[in-house]
Design a protein around this ligand. Structure first.
Ligand SMILES: [Mg+2]
Length: 280
């Protein structure tokens, strides 16, 4: 998918996830809006996947280590046909498999996540398995920036370069907020890029809500023997003006009025991308 179409797709996914959270009356709104562009670039352009054959052994692997922001992922997997899109209406309802965190009973989910700090270590194992099996699939792992306070992240950060896993891409959704406020107030992370570089990673810093930059970062050839860390500088609540950069929206459910306003903003964005697509 071309970048203008990817931008329109991301806006549509944002609309879908807002409706889903509004209907369920629960969800992680801010973080899902923050990571939507990252997931859209991966699932609609970069990763080798087959929704009709989710266990295809040549597939690229994706791990949502910041598992609480699952809403964008559910909407994308439903949109791609990993399961019937209608099922999104069951999100967080009693008995559903579309629970509030990734659940490997759902096609397309590699592992259960949500207890923070576990995803990258599993990603290291998957990337190491690919190397040992002589396979060319890549492993992508999305972490939160608040998640960087988990000690286990740094054990995996040491292991990736040790095993020369140039088929591993870790991504940090660097929106500078976590549930209780600014990351720098809760547990200072800076200088975060220098820390990852010191651990031996090829660090690529981008605007993580810019589709061109995301595609370029994910499609760039890896540096032989080094895993890549994409520092995706994002805005929590991205795409909904009144939710952007507001910590309170971490777990806030839009009211009827807020949903209508947000959908209007996103519809206007889609219209502008469609016009952009026509003139190209
Ligand atoms: Mg964050």
């Amino acid at each position: 998918m071309e970048t203008t179409a990817l931008k329109a797709k991301a806006a549509q996914i944002r609309m879908d996830l807002l409706k889903m959270i509004h209907g369920a009356k629960t969800g992680h709104t801010g973080g899902s809006l923050s990571n939507t562009d990252i997931l859209t670039a991966l699932y609609y352009r970069v990763m080798k996947i087959d929704p009709a054959n989710p266990k295809w052994d040549g597939r690229d692997r994706f791990i949502a280590s910041k598992g609480h922001s699952v809403e964008s992922l559910w909407c994308i997997l439903g949109d791609l046909g990993f399961f019937p899109k209608e099922e999104l209406k069951t999100f967080s309802q009693f008995g559903t498999r579309l629970i509030g965190h990734p659940n490997n009973k759902v096609p397309g989910i590699e592992m259960n996540t949500g207890a923070l700090g576990h995803g990258l270590a599993i990603g290291v194992g998957m990337a190491l398995a690919a190397k040992r099996d002589g396979r060319d699939y890549r492993v992508f792992c999305l972490m939160g920036d608040g998640e960087q306070a988990e000690g286990s992240v740094w054990e995996a950060a040491m292991a990736g370069p040790h095993y020369k896993l140039d088929n591993l891409v870790a991504i940090i959704d660097r929106n500078r907020l976590q549930i209780s406020g600014s990351t720098e107030e809760v547990m200072g992370l800076e200088p975060l890029e220098e820390k990852w570089a010191a651990f031996g990673w090829n660090v690529v810093s981008i605007d993580g809500n810019d589709m061109e930059q995301l595609v370029r970062a994910f499609e760039a050839p890896s540096i032989p023997g080094k895993p890549t860390l994409v520092m995706a500088n994002t805005v929590k609540g991205k795409g909904v003006s009144f939710a952007e950069n507001v910590a309170h929206w971490h777990h806030h459910v839009p009211s009827d009025e807020q949903l209508a306003l947000a959908l209007a903003e996103l519809s206007a964005a889609i219209e502008s991308y469609e016009q952009e697509g026509l003139v190209r």
